[in-house]
Design a protein. Structure first.
Length: 300
């Protein structure tokens, strides 16, 4: 393991590379990151990076977003098969058809979507700014894609908007149930319950706090509570425990995204050695998809 880290560090310097790692990745991958964060934070960092190479450890839409936001840079995905299941639940043809048949409806897309579908979006958002994103639109009627759960949560905060939900979801979060919340609360009665808005509405209703992964870190850091039940992907455990050693964290059984766990130190090393799995997008897609992404970053 130490040898892999040393070789990665050496190549990172030689390639003038920046390593961005999502909160759900393996602990050993988080350890080599220049920055760890959620989709919004990492997107902003990617847009401002002046390195020659960006290595994005996460799933495919993240690498695509980095390329769209900073097209002159070489963006590498260590695992090209690390695809987001939710992103695949919304395709360009279906979205284009909806736009053509529903004039006057704004399309807001979760950043967890493919590069080509972003070309049909008016605005992108993340779990941390979805409510602000939809609220910023002048249109009253909004199609929210692809996550029905984040869309439902956003709708609950903006009753003045008519939000249409796409039939998509994150399999990891969607599998979490109210019974899981009840069971964990019974087992750890002094715990504060945190939930990611990709969870289904009945789970969110039982939570003490609903927010993005970075929002959870802030909440835990500022809370006087010593024990937390966390309804999101278990990759969060490593950083939560590292940054809050005096606190305890409990996750629902099976809260694992296989795609987020695909990236390893060996795949990062291979990617840097061979410049493997570069994100390549057409100029047309970059130009069109950059509009909703830049609007997302500009939301205050």
């Amino acid at each position: 393991m130490d040898d892999l880290r040393k070789r990665i560090a050496k190549l990172k310097k030689e390639r003038n590379a920046l390593i961005l790692v999502h909160n759900y990745c393996l602990p050993e991958v988080q350890e080599i990151a220049d920055h760890i964060g959620d989709s919004l934070g990492l997107s902003i960092l990617a847009s401002k990076a002046d390195n020659d190479v960006i290595v994005f450890c996460g799933v495919s839409f993240m690498g695509e977003s980095a390329k769209i936001l900073n097209p002159e840079k070489t963006v590498l995905m260590p695992e090209k098969e690390a695809l987001c299941p939710m992103a695949s639940m919304c395709d360009l043809r279906a979205l284009a058809k909806y736009r053509a048949t529903h004039p006057g409806t704004a399309i807001v897309g979760y950043v967890n979507s493919t590069a080509d579908t972003k070309c049909e979006m008016d605005l992108c958002c993340t779990s941390s700014n979805a409510v602000k994103a939809v609220a910023s639109l002048k249109e009253e009627r909004v199609l929210f894609v692809p996550d029905q759960n984040l869309g439902s949560y956003t709708s609950s905060k903006l009753p003045e908007k008519d939000i249409i939900l796409w039939d998509g979801y994150c399999p990891t979060h969607h599998a979490m149930t109210p019974q899981m919340v009840s069971d964990l609360k019974e087992k750890y009665p002094k715990s504060v319950v945190l939930a990611h808005p990709e969870c289904r509405p009945p789970v969110l209703e039982m939570a003490d706090y609903v927010g993005s992964t970075e929002g959870m870190f802030t909440m835990v850091r500022e809370s006087s509570a010593k024990e937390f039940i966390v309804f999101t992907e278990e990759g969060m455990r490593y950083r939560l425990e590292k940054e809050n050693s005096e606190k305890k964290f409990h996750f629902p059984y099976g809260a694992i995204c296989p795609m987020m766990k695909m990236t390893t130190l060996r795949s990062v090393l291979r990617s840097l050695e061979n410049m493997d799995h570069e994100i390549v997008l057409s100029k047309e897609i970059i130009e069109k998809a950059s509009i909703p992404l830049q609007r997302m970053i500009g939301i205050k």
